[in-house]
Design a protein around this ligand. Structure first.
Ligand code: 4NP
Length: 151
């Protein structure tokens, strides 16, 4: 079993989409996907209604997810930790205590050749921001799923 953790700031917009999208592309017998936030503003809440809506538009139901905060035990629990932006990356890196933990962490978009390294935070923008974010995350998850499904 490979365990993958998707991380953003709030765990209500980007990483719940990443969890739902990657889950939909992998064999659940071999890959477990979860998500968490570096901040605890929304712990226990469902994803942002705009993330639920854009997922629904693409045939995914992410409404049962609940927000949780990233914690250090996630470094032991998960094999791969994908972060959405550079602020997430530095926040997570400061919590590491050895090289093998650092090696688990990467920017989600670095798996693609899209020339963009960050999934922008759509929280303060409009609905079109969520569709844009959905497409970026979907492209990256396509690449990740292809490599995991070949393991
Ligand atoms: P996320 O977006 O990191 O993609 O979940 C955000 C959600 C909430 C906040 C910031 C970003 N917030 O400040 O409450």
């Amino acid at each position: 079993m490979t365990k993958v953790l998707m991380v953003c700031l709030g765990n209500i917009c980007r990483s719940p989409l990443a969890e739902g999208i990657l889950t939909s592309k992998v064999n659940p017998a071999h890959v477990f996907v979860d998500s968490a936030g570096t901040a605890g503003y929304h712990v226990g809440h469902p994803p942002d209604p705009r993330s639920i809506a854009v997922a629904g538009k693409h045939g995914l139901d992410i409404s049962n997810q609940r927000c949780r905060k990233f914690n250090k035990s996630d470094f032991d629990e998960f094999d791969l930790i994908y972060v959405m932006d550079k602020a997430n990356y530095s926040d997570i890196l400061t919590m590491t205590s050895n090289q093998s933990q650092k090696d688990k962490v990467s920017l989600l978009l670095d798996v693609t050749n899209m020339g963009q390294s960050e999934v922008p935070d759509p929280y303060y923008g409009g609905d079109e921001g969520f569709e844009n974010v959905y497409q970026m995350i979907n492209d990256a998850c396509e690449v990740i799923a292809a490599s995991l499904n070949n393991d």
